[in-house]
Design a protein around this ligand. Structure first.
Ligand SMILES: [Mg+2]
Length: 362
């Protein structure tokens, strides 16, 4: 059960169809992949993924350096492991690059712990259910025309999704933003849930106006309407609009989530596994949200998020963006609009080792 070896690699996994997001062309998903070997011969894997190269090699270096401090630790003590690494790097934390470097290591420790105990991670973390509603979030970019967006949403629904999430925030008027929602609604019919992510694009005044128009268009939630540090703005929108407000994927620390929840600023908390620093802090933030009677959702990495979300009573929905499908033997399956949590021990994920070798850049 002792950790005997830690390796970290950086992978550049090309995307099938490059797209424009945040004004940049995305042609690859960059991964920092950690592997942990134990004295029993168990291997745990963990990774983070972002669709941009910036700093990923640096994060890989940081994870490699931090990972050395795991040697000799018990893989069944992930809290102790996280705490040791966080203390080693606390002068550049909390949050930021420290959490991004810690996350793949922490996920790998949990994967190895699950494999050591012969239990899937969702059961190890609490065990509440084995599947969760999922929504399609890939290929619904702001760079698409309303017609292209509608066609993409329709394809998702035809492949079994009961909900889709569109990116908005670049149109000249609220009415033009709503036109994108109307185009999708027309294509997918009345029963599909349509969520909207404004990716922090609006001022508070613009968010208030657009929120009212989108409310009339019938959306299921409005995500990141304003900057994530504008907690008062989010709280004001939540009071003024009737649609649920979702936020949280840009936050790093438990304290930031505490401020968000205490301000009653959100109806749905979204958690990014890399930014929060892995599974260990994820559990605490999910519990904090539960104490405020707020459901939680995951940001990307559905194959990992499905474990945490299945383990807690306030797990709400999984965002389905298969950014790591290119390095996995298979993705968890979707049944009846729900993502099924893998039942094999740990994460229940198998790397495609030939693909990992092919895409490795550091
Ligand atoms: Mg988002």
């Amino acid at each position: 059960m002792k950790i005997t070896q830690v390796t970290v690699n950086v992978l550049r996994v090309p995307v099938d169809r490059p797209y424009v997001a945040g004004g940049r062309t995305v042609d690859a998903n960059w991964h920092v992949l950690a592997r942990i070997t134990t004295s029993d011969g168990v291997e745990g894997i963990g990774y983070i993924v972002y669709p941009r190269p910036d700093l990923m090699t640096t994060i890989g270096h940081a994870a490699r350096e931090l990972g050395e401090h795991l040697i000799g630790m018990n893989v069944l003590e992930p809290e102790a492991a996280w705490d040791r690494l966080a203390r080693r790097g606390d002068w550049v934390g909390p949050g930021g690059l420290l959490h991004c470097a810690l996350a793949p290591l922490d996920i790998a420790v949990w994967d190895a712990a699950g494999k050591t105990l012969g239990q899937p991670l969702h059961r190890l973390l609490g065990g509440y259910r084995d599947r969760l509603p999922t929504y399609a979030s890939d290929g619904l970019w702001v760079s698409l025309s309303p017609a292209e967006l509608a066609a993409s949403a329709k394809r998702h629904v035809e492949s079994g999704f009961g909900a889709v999430k569109l990116r908005l925030g670049k149109e000249a008027t609220p009415e033009l933003e709503a036109r994108r929602v109307h185009a999708v609604r027309e294509a997918v019919g009345p029963d599909v849930r349509i969520m909207v992510d404004a990716v922090e694009s609006w001022s508070l005044a613009r968010a208030r106006h657009t929120g009212r128009v989108l409310q009339d268009a019938g959306i299921a939630w409005l995500e990141d309407p304003v900057h994530h540090l504008d907690v008062a703005g989010l709280a004001e929108l939540r009071r003024q609009l009737e649609i649920p407000i979702a936020a949280g994927e840009h936050l790093y620390h438990l304290d930031a989530f505490r401020r968000l929840l205490e301000a009653q600023a959100v109806d749905v908390v979204i958690l990014d596994l890399a930014r929060v620093g892995g599974v260990t802090p994820w559990r605490k933030i999910a519990a904090l949200a539960h104490a405020h009677r707020v459901p939680v959702c995951g940001h990307v990495v559905p194959e990992i998020q499905v474990h945490g979300l299945s383990a807690v009573p306030n797990g709400h929905m999984v965002e389905y963006v298969p950014r790591s499908a290119g390095i996995l033997a298979s993705m968890p399956r979707i049944e009846g609009g729900e993502l099924v949590a893998p039942q094999a021990p740990g994460l229940g994920l198998e790397l495609d080792e030939a693909a990992v070798r092919r895409y490795q850049v550091a």
